[in-house]
Write a protein that binds this ligand. Structure first.
Ligand code: G6P
Length: 489
């Protein structure tokens, strides 16, 4: 009955991502506490008004019993979310294993993990099998809820098998797939043991999207070189079937940030921060604690800056917010210890009885605290080794209308292609270069800061997440599925 109501009103958009925008915590009485996270994708889709959006994804919890599953389905339905249930072993092999130990590092040019290189076709194979199984479970839930005429938008490297699973069961389903990470050069993709099948499964989609033109180009050349298919200006062609491939750079809901700065609690927080760091320039890093974010390199560059510029030692502070992520993956655990060790050493070296040069926090901040922090920052350091887009750089710019602080940005982040003219672009692997960019940023005259900020602010406020989602979905809607092709012939 719910489905018929929707058919009568708006077209439905089924958004399928590994994670739902809601995290669920079970209470003792079998009810659920749901916490919504307004990430980039959620705010993007709030702006797509002509569709009725439904979310399909993993709720991030293990729910082995039927009672729990039923109550969770009910609770999530109120948030327009539909859960996919994954057992612990599947999460381990699919999410910790294939997604985050293999695809994620590879797509960010960090190569395949050592263990898999040496021994273990077996562990590689079992992780890949779990990946396929998990993708099929997502497909089953989509099929259960799909109504003819719906548009299905699959997201990210977790779900590269999904377009094929969906088209196998219904060739007329309109399916889009969007990658939020870089797609690497075809020479990197070639090293992946499942390189062929993962290109074919993605090509089953009607529209394939990337953040930058380079990623789209890499994907098309992987298809031509590895699969021997034909690349056209429109996409990739296989036996008369065209998969459209294009770049759709994401943005943020800039108004949400700009409006937040007017709120009394944000203003109060800004005042506190200004008082706390009076007399010192504030440098800021906000990253998930992930090896792609280049945290050790960034902190070492800051150390080099302090080493070479003793006059700045008590006049600058680096606030590094490092949000823990994928904590069951060994590589992430090693990184956490490494970062702590470096921060401890530098604070020991340059700290005084009353102040330390680095404030490092292993946690996330609520939205309002984050906005206040962005607004009081003098220099933001976004120095990812690789990054699909990196929206922290956009959020910082959106909150800098009065301060006009400087953005130091990695040339290997997708955002470098849009904010490059306003930011100071750096090679994050070059610690000396980043250290001198820090000096340049701290000493930058006001008119240059103003000019650079103006360029970026204009971009961030005109290329919003809403526009991104609307463009992708409307292009997907305009693609032609098999049934339409047959009628045309
Ligand atoms: C990246 C990925 C997203 C993912 C996010 C958080 O941005 O592209 O798909 O949701 O990281 O990672 P997590 O593993 O916690 O979902």
């Amino acid at each position: 009955c719910e489905r018929q109501d929707f058919r009568a009103s708006k077209q439905r958009l089924l958004v399928v991502a590994n994670r739902l925008p809601v995290s669920a915590v079970r209470r003792g009485d079998d009810s659920w506490h749901l916490e919504i996270s307004v990430g980039g994708l959620v705010s993007a889709l709030l702006g797509v008004k002509e569709f009725e959006t439904r979310w399909i994804g993993w709720a991030g919890v293990n729910v082995p019993d039927e009672t729990g599953q039923k109550t969770l389905i009910k609770a999530l339905a109120e948030k327009r979310c539909i859960p996919v249930f994954l057992d612990e072993e599947t999460v381990h092999q699919y999410y910790n294993g294939y997604c985050n130990n293999i695809l994620w590092p590879l797509f960010h040019y960090l190569g395949l993990p050592q263990e898999d290189r040496l021994a273990t076709t077996r562990s590689f194979q079992s992780q890949f099998d779990a990946y396929k199984k998990a993708n099929q479970l997502f497909a089953d839930v989509v099929n259960e809820h799909y109504v003819e005429g719906d548009v299905v938008w699959c997201h990210d490297y977790h779900l590269m098998f999904l377009p094929k699973c969906l088209k196998d069961s219904n060739p007329n389903m309109k399916v889009g797939w969007f990658l939020h990470t870089p797609f690497p050069s075809s020479e990197i993709h070639r090293t992946l043991p499942s390189r062929t099948v993962l290109l074919r499964t993605v090509l089953a989609a009607d529209l394939v999207g990337f953040h930058t033109y380079d990623y789209a180009r890499h994907f098309v050349s992987a298809c031509t070189r590895i699969l021997g298919l034909e690349g056209t200006p429109e996409g990739v062609e296989d036996q008369g079937k065209l998969t459209r491939v294009a770049a759709f750079p994401i943005g943020i809901d800039s108004d949400r940030f700009i409006r937040a700065l007017e709120l009394p609690q944000v203003q109060d927080h800004m005042k506190e921060l200004k008082e706390r760091f009076a007399g010192r320039k504030v440098m800021l890093g906000v990253d998930r604690l992930d090896m792609i974010k280049g945290l050790p390199q960034k902190i070492l560059a800051f150390e080099k800056f302090l080493e070479e510029n003793p006059q700045w030692r008590d006049k600058v502070v680096l606030l590094q917010i490092a949000v823990p992520t994928r904590t069951d993956v060994a590589e992430y655990q090693r990184l956490t210890s490494q970062v702590h060790e470096i921060v401890g050493r530098i604070n020991g070296r340059f700290g005084t009885l009353t102040a330390v040069p680095i404030h490092h926090l292993d946690r996330s901040l609520d939205f309002h605290s984050l906005c206040a922090l962005y607004a009081v920052t003098d220099v933001a350091l976004v120095t990812s080794l690789r990054d699909g887009m990196n929206l922290v750089s956009y959020e910082f710019v959106a909150c800098q209308a009065s301060k006009k602080g400087v953005l130091i940005l990695s040339e290997f982040a997708g955002a470098a292609q849009s904010l490059g003219a306003g930011a100071i672009l750096v090679n994050p692997w070059n610690v000396t270069e980043v250290a001198s960019a820090i000096g340049y940023a701290l000493n930058m005259p006001a008119d240059e800061r103003e000019k650079r900020h103006h360029h970026n602010f204009l971009h961030v406020t005109t290329h919003t997440s809403q526009e991104w989602a609307a463009t992708f979905v409307s292009e997907l809607n305009d693609t032609i599925v098999e049934a339409q092709l047959r009628t045309r012939q």
